[in-house]
Design a protein around this ligand. Structure first.
Ligand code: HEM
Length: 210
């Protein structure tokens, strides 16, 4: 890296000038920022849970019980992961309502609104796949109902169901499929979409409060 490009890089990561109004503390502003910090908390606690969770039909439920009752601070880490996940869904929805309320979905922010919709779908899917991983009765039925429902989508239903839920017989492959979506693919997708979302906010500028 030449001296010139290095200083350009340093300049780039410096905070840029922002309009004064966007630094004002407002009740509904920065809900998006809160959703982002909850996502970071999910990644940290999720990495800790991965150390103890076993994604097989015979061991998944037992490993969750071990995390909850035997692992040091396991109860705490699991609860933070669970509640931060629920809070993230609620905060993302409130953030979306704020964006809608202030009319910030209109051009030039229309593309970022669409990216936001994908973030919403991604957030709901991570929450749903996490619910399946517990592998108790509710997870089993949630997997069965969701798989059967998605199969009813015309033409694309069957391939979509096997891509997302794995084989139709319940077994280790099906659980591992949901596990891979929950810990790798969906969080990876969210990271990519978030980078795009934040880059667009810088490009479009933050909207003026009503
Ligand atoms: C993981 C989920 C999301 C995160 C972490 C996130 C993060 C952010 C952040 C930090 C901002 C800056 C301003 C603020 O905090 O209000 C923002 C703005 C914005 N977000 Fe999101 N967002 C998410 C989901 C969504 C959703 C679901 C939508 C709509 C469907 C959306 C649409 C927008 C738009 C249009 C802006 C620009 C608003 C303006 O200029 O006033 N975002 N987002």
């Amino acid at each position: 890296m030449t001296k010139g490009s290095f200083s350009a890089f340093l300049l780039h990561i410096h905070p840029r000038l922002i309009p004064a109004f966007s630094a004002e503390v407002r009740f509904t502003w920065c809900l998006g920022g809160l959703a982002f910090w909850l996502f970071i908390l999910e990644v940290i606690t999720g990495l800790l849970l991965v150390l103890r969770y076993v994604p097989t039909i015979s061991s998944a439920y037992g490993s969750i019980q071990e995390i909850t009752h035997l692992a040091p601070y396991g109860f705490f880490v699991r609860n933070i992961h669970y509640w931060a996940g629920q809070a993230m869904v609620a905060i993302v929805v409130l953030h979306m309502i704020r964006v809608f309320w202030t009319g910030s979905f209109a051009p030039p922010r229309d593309l970022n609104w669409t990216i936001g919709l994908l973030l919403l779908v991604g957030t709901l899917l991570v929450d749903f796949t996490g619910y399946i991983l517990v592998w108790d009765d509710r997870s089993l039925w949630a997997w069965t109902i969701a798989r059967n429902l998605s199969e009813t989508i015309p033409v694309l239903g069957s391939p979509l169901a096997s891509i997302f839920f794995g084989p139709s017989e319940l077994g280790d492959f099906a659980l591992v499929r949901v596990y891979v979506w929950h810990v790798i693919l969906l969080p990876g997708l969210l990271v990519g979409l978030l980078a795009w979302h934040f880059w667009k906010i810088r490009k479009d500028g933050i909207s003026r409060p009503l």
